[in-house]
Every structure is written in structure tokens, then in C-alpha cells.
Ligand binder design. Structure first.
Ligand SMILES: Nc1ncnc2c1ncn2[C@@H]1O[C@H](COP(=O)(O)OP(=O)(O)OP(=O)(O)O)[C@@H](O)[C@H]1O
Length: 563
């Protein structure tokens, strides 16, 4: 179940949407704790139920044989008891639900302190953190108090219910003994049978607290399940709306051009074609209006504009993270075999569009973007937990040697847990770099010295703490150089670097033949780009487009007719 939930959580960028739109709280707690409680409790309830049924069949016979009305009284008593305990414990389900949420919130607060330790220490924000954490703890504690009060009331009733009736079998059967109808041993026999059957009939009363906790777990898992299902469903529905991403085959394009008797030089090949693209936030605020733009191979584009105008959002749309808005983005990045995926978008007629718009496509987006030749470098580089080698291989390859040696070997037969992620060398995935390649990549981004500092590529550290932000940004460029994509989207990815290092990194990726689209504010960035897309803050009262494209070399304005 854990694998099944993680699969759905990590597919189609569901984890991103859950987090960025705050759809549900603490998905991690649901995967770890709720799944564990669900499976554990479901198993123990099944066994209890099975036991009760066997018990009931065996002892009903005995009690029925001694005095049948006792059996009927027991049935009525337990039905009444169940009704009262359901009434008394009606609040327990929601209190248990809230308890899980509040404890998970508290734990997440502590995790955030650990992750942002340096920033908090710089701010000397300990007092505030303490306040915030105590608030979360207090909220969990108050809820626990309510839960305890409710449980106490229920427990009073359950104990009264359990002991009050003990006198009944003796009171009924003893006169029968004195009148000589039964032997003495039958009194004990009837008390024992009575208690067994009472226990079986009172399953709900006795297990009420566990059942309410179980219902809360089911509610939380059910909610999570719905979100995961909806997320997959939304991605497949309504193909007429939203931003369409289309991946076209480069070879098909070349064929088309040669048919037209114009042989295009590789450098002038189309790489990205954006057509009438309107980008909106998930809350439907328009950020970029009606953008049309062509980017050829090696025609590096710089996206500029005031803060908050939507530069990063344009990259989000190009990466398929945001699909609110309309228009089409075509990437001419694939040169492998056609996948024969059904084309949903109309596409460019003569071209075979292999994986149609990702929003609705069958292939999972995130894993497919890299092998389609597109790479994204965010402003704050992401450092995975693991070794330096794993940092460098991320996200294109997995480091098998490390992952198997580090994991405790499963003793049972759980082959599904050992399933390697889909990061093997494929025709689209470049072959896995050797240790020499990794060292060379570090040298290329002027990070060779960290090898000596950390002794080898296979030592694990908390990399986001031990490397400076600039070093992390350079490490991210090393990943990029190793993956050799056709296109990279750089979101202020050199913002923490000095100008010399920035120029060096841009030269390296230019040398590697990678076309880049950068977002940035620095004047120095203009030197490395050929076109500039300037996005201005959208005016809600006007329907005019809020962008302008200029050639950086000649400083002449482009418009669609130039394309
Ligand atoms: N998940 C979201 N939901 C709604 N609005 C959002 C969301 N994320 C960002 N925004 C808003 O979208 C607008 C554009 O954000 P974006 O990050 O694209 O700006 P930007 O131009 O890259 O800014 P900067 O230069 O400061 O990085 C901002 O006003 C931001 O507040």
C-alpha cells in the first residue's frame, strides 16, 4: 500500500499541487502513520471478528441449552449498550481525526526548524520558533484533553455495562439449582458462557475507542485517496482548456524541411514554439497574455521583467507545473524513435507529434521531461539526501551501488520494494557518467576543490548546509552538463554567483551545445543571450499583450511576423 500511495503521490506532479495549493494537510503523515495504522488495525479487527464469530457459535449452544431467555436478554442488553456507546462516543471520530492532524502539524513544525536551521539561527528566531511550536503543541494537547474527556465518559459507561450484568446469570440459574433442576457445575458453566457471548455481542461497545480511531484513519486516507484520484482525473479531462505541451520529433522536422528543398543547418532548427500562450496563476490571475514566440537552436533567450510579473510562472507553464491558461508550447527536442502515443493536440500537421500535450498524456510528466531533453534549474538548487555522486547523477540517473549497499537488505520476499526507479540508461537517457566524468564535471564548474574537502564522491553530507548557495548553484550546473539536454530553463540559477563564475558557467553550457532560456535581473546576463523577452506587470483593465521581444545584438524589436 505504501508503494501504491507513493506512486500516485509522485506521479503527475500531484505532490507539487498538493503542496502549492494546500489541498490537504500532511500527506507524509498519511503515507507513514495512517497506512501503518490502517493495515495493523484492519488485520487485528478481522482476527477479533473471526474469533467472536467462532466464540458465539460455540457458546450460544451451551447457554441456549441451559436457559434460552438468558440469551435473548443478553441480545437486548448488548443492542442497548451499543446504541448508548455510539451516542456517548459520537465525537471521538472527529477528535481522533484532528489529533492526527495536529500532531502531524507539530512534527512538521519541528522538521521546518531542522531544515531552516541556519536562517533561524541568523535571525535569532528561537523565541518566535518556540512560540509557534508551542502554539502547535498546545493545540494538539488541547485536542488530546478533549479526547481524553470523551474517552473517560465512554469508559465509565463501558465498565458499568460490563459489570452490571454479571449478577444476571447467577440470579437466574441459582434458583434452578436449588429446585434441583440443574447440577452445581452448570451455574459456573452458564456464567462463563454468558460472559463469552456478552463479549461477542458487545464487540462495538468494548472496541469503540479503537473503532473511532480506525474511522479517523479511514477518513484521512479516503480524503487523500480522493485527492490522488482527482488529480489524475483532472489531468485527463477537458482537453480543450489549459496549456498544451507538445513534444515533437526533431528528425521529423528535418525531413519536412528537406522535402521543401531547403536544408536547414542544425543551428537554425526550431527548438521551442510558443503559440498564443496565456499564463494564469492557479487562482486565475492572468500573468502573461497571448505570448507567441519562436526559439531556434542556440538562440538563447533572456526573460526579464519586474518582480512578480510572471517570469518564473512562464517557466512553470513550460515545465508543465502550471496548466491554467491557454495556448500551446511545442518542443522540438526528441530525436529518438516515435512512441506512437495518440496525438491529442492538433499539432503541426506534417509533423508526427509523439507525446501529445502532457497535461493529458499517458506518460508521467516529471520523469519524462529530462529524457525528452529539457532540464530545469530552479533558483534555490535542490540537494538530495545522499552522496556527492548522487547529487551529480540526480535526476537523470540513480546510483545503484549506493542505494543497495545502504539499504538494509529485506529478509522477506518484498521484490516490489527493490524495484529500481525508471532511471536506467535508455535510448533517450544518455549513458551513465563514469567517476572520471563526474570529476570532470566538477572541474568544469570550478568545484574540483570540494572533492579534496569531502575526501570522495561517496561521502554523505547534509549538502544544503555544508555547501554555500553559490556552490550549490554550480553543482546544479554540473548536473546539467552531465545530462546534456537540448534545452535548459534557468530560473535565476546564477543569482548567488560572482560575475566571473556566472560568465564561466554560461560559456560551459554554450560550449556543450545546450540552448538556454534564463530568467534574471542582472545586466551581465544580456551578454550571454541573443533575445530578450520582457514581461511587464499585466494591466487588468487592458486586453493588450504585456510582453515584448527584442534581439539583444541588434536591439531591433521582433514580432510574430519576423518569425
Ligand atoms: N501558487 C500560486 N498561486 C497563486 N499565485 C501565485 C502562486 N505562485 C505565485 N503566484 C503569484 O504569481 C505572480 C507571479 O509570480 P512569479 O514567481 O512568476 O514572479 P516572477 O516574475 O518570477 O517574480 P520574481 O522576479 O520576484 O521572482 C506573483 O504575483 C505571485 O504572487
Amino acid at each position: 500500500m505504501t508503494k501504491y500511495y507513493m506512486d500516485r503521490y509522485l506521479s503527475n506532479q500531484t505532490f507539487y499541487r498538493i503542496q502549492s495549493q494546500s489541498i490537504i494537510d500532511n500527506p507524509d503523515q498519511r503515507i507513514v502513520d495512517d497506512l501503518s495504522s490502517f493495515t495493523g488495525t484492519a488485520l487485528s479487527f478481522s482476527l477479533t471478528l473471526f474469533n467472536a464469530v467462532i466464540d458465539l457459535i460455540s457458546f450460544s449452544n451451551i447457554l441456549f441449552g441451559i436457559y434460552p431467555p438468558l440469551f435473548v436478554v443478553l441480545l437486548v442488553y448488548s443492542i442497548g449498550g451499543t446504541a448508548i456507546s455510539v451516542y456517548l462516543g459520537r465525537g471521538l471520530v472527529s477528535l481522533n481525526f484532528l489529533q492526527e492532524k495536529k500532531e502531524a502539524d507539530f512534527r512538521y513544525g519541528l522538521v521546518r526548524v531542522r531544515e531552516n536551521a541556519e536562517s533561524i539561527a541568523f535571525y535569532s528566531g528561537e523565541e518566535n520558533e518556540m512560540q509557534l511550536l508551542l502554539q502547535r503543541f498546545k493545540s494538539a494537547f488541547e485536542n488530546l484533553s478533549k479526547l481524553l474527556i470523551s474517552s473517560r465518559n465512554l469508559e465509565f459507561f463501558t465498565n458499568g455495562y460490563r459489570y452490571l450484568i454479571q449478577i444476571l446469570p447467577v440470579a437466574v440459574v441459582a434458583p434452578m439449582f436449588f429446585s434441583g433442576k440443574i447440577e452445581f457445575g452448570v451455574i459456573n458453566q452458564s456464567v462463563s458462557a454468558f460472559n463469552h457471548i456478552l463479549g461477542d455481542f458487545s464487540l462495538i461497545v468494548y472496541q469503540f475507542q479503537a473503532i473511532s480511531a480506525f474511522s479517523a484513519v479511514i477518513d484521512r486516507l479516503g480524503e487523500f485517496d480522493d485527492v490522488l484520484d482527482n488529480s489524475n482525473f483532472e489531468r485527463r479531462s477537458d482537453p480543450s482548456e489549459g496549456i498544451h505541451l507538445i513534444y515533437c520529433n526533431v528528425e521529423s522536422l528535418a525531413e519536412l524541411d528537406s522535402n521543401g528543398s531547403i536544408s536547414l543547418d542544425n543551428k537554425q532548427q526550431k527548438l521551442v514554439y510558443i503559440e498564443n500562450l496565456t499564463v494564469q496563476t492557479p487562482s486565475s490571475t492572468t500573468l502573461v497574455r497571448d505570448l507567441s514566440l519562436l526559439i531556434n537552436n542556440n538562440e538563447h533567450l533572456l526573460v526579464t521583467g519586474p518582480s512578480g510579473s510572471g517570469k518564473t510562472s512562464l517557466l512553470r507553464a513550460m515545465s508543465g507545473l502550471w496548466s491554467t491558461g491557454k495556448g500551446e508550447i511545442k518542443f522540438y527536442v526528441k530525436d529518438g524513435e516515435e512512441d506512437h502515443q495518440p496525438s491529442i493536440s492538433s499539432g503541426v500537421a506534417p509533423l508526427k507529434v509523439d507525446t501529445a500535450n502532457d497535461k493529458y498524456g499517458e506518460l508521467g510528466r516529471p520523469s519524462s521531461r529530462n529524457y525528452k531533453g529539457i532540464f530545469f534549474l530552479p533558483q534555490r538548487p535542490y540537494m538530495v539526501l545522499g552522496t556527492l555522486r548522487q547529487q551529480l547523477l540526480y535526476p537523470t540517473w540513480a546510483d545503484d551501488a549506493i542505494s543497495t549497499s545502504e539499504s538494509t537488505k529485506p529478509t522477506g520476499s518484498l521484490p516490489f520494494l527493490m524495484q529500481a526507479p525508471n532511471l536506467e540508461n535508455t535510448s533517450e537517457n544518455p549513458s551513465k557518467p563514469t567517476t572520471e566524468d563526474l570529476i570532470q564535471a566538477l572541474e568544469d564548474v570550478r568545484l574540483g576543490y570540494i572533492l579534496a574537502r569531502f575526501s570522495s564522491l561517496d561521502t554523505s553530507y547534509e549538502w544544503s548546509s555544508v555547501l554555500s548557495l553559490g556552490e550549490q548553484q554550480r553543482l546544479a550546473f554540473a548536473r546539467l552538463l552531465l545530462s546534456k539536454p537540448k534545452l535548459v530553463l534557468l530560473d535565476e540559477s546564477t543569482s548567488a554567483l560572482d560575475e566571473a563564475n556566472e560568465a564561466h558557467l554560461y560559456q560551459q553550457i554554450e560550449k556543450a551545445g545546450i540552448t538556454y532560456i534564463s530568467v534574471g535581473h542582472r545586466r551581465t546576463l544580456y551578454d550571454f543571450h541573443k533575445k530578450n523577452l520582457h514581461i511587464s506587470t499585466v494591466d487588468p483593465n487592458s486586453a493588450d499583450r504585456n510582453w515584448q521581444i527584442k534581439s539583444i545584438n541588434k536591439d531591433t524589436s521582433y514580432n510574430l511576423s519576423n518569425l
